[in-house]
Design a protein around this ligand. Structure first.
Ligand code: IMP
Length: 427
């Protein structure tokens, strides 16, 4: 098993950063393939907490090659700030490779993200306002600017001269500030100089590594339910966080992708707007939110909280080719008398086992639950399956049964050491 894709299998924030960091100890290469600094991966080790945004989670280990692949959208200013922040905390020896084909996020993308949200009013997506959607939109509209342009002053100036007249018209129409070529060029060409040493054709690099049989970890951002194609559209992000998107977003053959590890919490959370069938409110939601520290890494927004939704998980398994699961934040559920898992939905009097395509239907589904006895014990020090209280063991097995997936890892706290491997994974 030389490649593994780590995929968020809910609405993001499942703890991918922790598992990527854990598996990265065994990897030679860690790759971020999509999204940008809308992601926030929290990694805790040695009593220290690091919040990564766009840099891959293998950055802490000097032996690991970290790749920011072509499918990402990179904010050069933020990326350099993130690196400077890591360096200030002693992370100075790292290997980083940035795709020359990745698109860059410029200030007007962020302005447009904010404006679209404002104009949508109560239909707003609840984006992270990092300009991610508008940057992907420009890529598809073929007016994007790529890293290869940024690091070559002549190309960068020409790209800005070609693009800004169009973007300025759009900005003007929306009543936003327009930009001059020099304004952006003078600031961003300096970032380009700093980023240049990291830039290469990362598809070529990955092929060389694959041919050497290196162990490669593809680190997903966001979650399958936020996928632009398969998620709860339009309340989604603007890229595809599925296992299937990895070959395209990295420039490698699909045949290399055969192990997809879905990361899921022992319950469900979501930030931003959009349907959430198993959502809880009141004391129960607060209990889980506080114990799970469910506040956004990027925006600090309180996350919406609900019971584990196995309809959504099963859907994520199918559209993303997940074959293993990692169950995160298991300790958060300790102390509850009863715990519930959603195994199906009811829609207009019929039982369904999949996610309907329209929001209208998804908003009308009623979750059907299995109710199980909870457990009172603190499980944060558990180091094996057999040490878990019997009811927690039953919960874990029930999730496997309902998702037709094997749980290979469970996690009982934020530290690397609180990660229990049930089956040696990524050998
Ligand atoms: P965008 O990706 O900033 O355009 O935001 C679109 C939707 O995806 C919003 O609901 C965001 O809250 C959500 N989102 C984007 N990135 C993440 C993430 O890393 N974790 C959880 N939600 C995310």
């Amino acid at each position: 098993m030389s490649t593994v894709v780590v995929v968020g299998s809910q609405w993001g924030d499942e703890g991918k950063g922790k598992i990527t960091d854990y598996l990265a100890q065994k990897a030679n290469v860690v790759v971020r393939s999509q999204g940008g600094n809308n992601a926030g991966h929290t990694i805790t080790f040695g009593g220290e907490k690091f919040a990564l945004r766009s840099i891959p989670s293998g950055i802490f280990n000097p032996n690991i090659k970290n790749v920011m692949a072509n499918g990402m959208v990179i904010n050069p200013k933020q990326m350099l700030e993130e690196l400077a922040g890591l360096e200030a905390r002693g992370i100075t020896k790292y290997q980083l490779f940035v795709s020359n084909r990745a698109h860059i996020v410029l200030p007007y993308h962020q302005d447009l993200d904010g404006a679209y949200e404002q104009f949508k009013g109560d239909k707003k997506i609840g984006t992270t306002k990092r300009g991610i959607g508008p940057t992907y939109a420009d890529k598809v509209n073929r007016i994007g600017i790529r890293i290869a342009d940024l690091v070559d002053p002549k190309l960068f100036k020409k790209a800005l001269e070609d693009t800004l007249p169009i973007k300025n018209k759009e900005l003007e129409m929306l009543g936003l500030k327009t930009y001059t070529v020099d304004e952006i060029f003078n600031e961003y060409s300096e970032y380009g100089k700093k980023i240049k040493p990291f830039v290469c054709d990362t598809s070529l690099l990955l092929e060389e590594e694959l041919e050497k049989n290196s162990k490669i970890l593809f680190e997903g951002a966001q979650g399958v339910m936020l996928c632009i194609d398969h998620g709860t559209y339009p309340y989604v992000t603007s890229s595809s966080p599925t296992g299937a998107s990895v070959p395209l977003n990295c420039g490698i053959a699909p045949s290399y992708i055969n192990n997809v590890l879905g990361i899921c919490k022992a319950y469900t959370t979501r930030v931003g707007e959009g349907p959430f069938p198993t959502e809880l409110d009141g004391n129960l939601a607060n209990y889980i939110r506080e114990r799970g520290h469910e506040y956004g890494t990027v925006t600090k927004r309180p996350r919406r909280v609900g019971w584990l939704d196995c309809v959504a998980l099963n859907y994520a398994r199918r559209v993303s080719g997940i074959n293993y699961l990692s169950l995160m934040l298991f300790d958060v559920l300790s102390g509850l008398d009863k715990v519930k898992i959603c195994y199906a939905y009811e829609l207009d009097g019929k039982k369904i086992n999949t996610i309907p395509a329209t929001l209208d239907e998804l908003e009308r589904v009623k979750p059907l639950y299995v109710e199980m006895d909870g457990w009172k014990e603190d499980i944060t020090h558990v180091t094996s399956f057999s040490e878990l209280p019997v009811n927690a063991q039953k919960y874990l097995r029930k999730v496997e049964e309902l998702t037709k997936s094997e749980i290979v890892i469970f996690s009982v706290g934020p530290d690397r050491l609180q990660t229990i491997e049930l089956k040696e994974f990524f050998k």
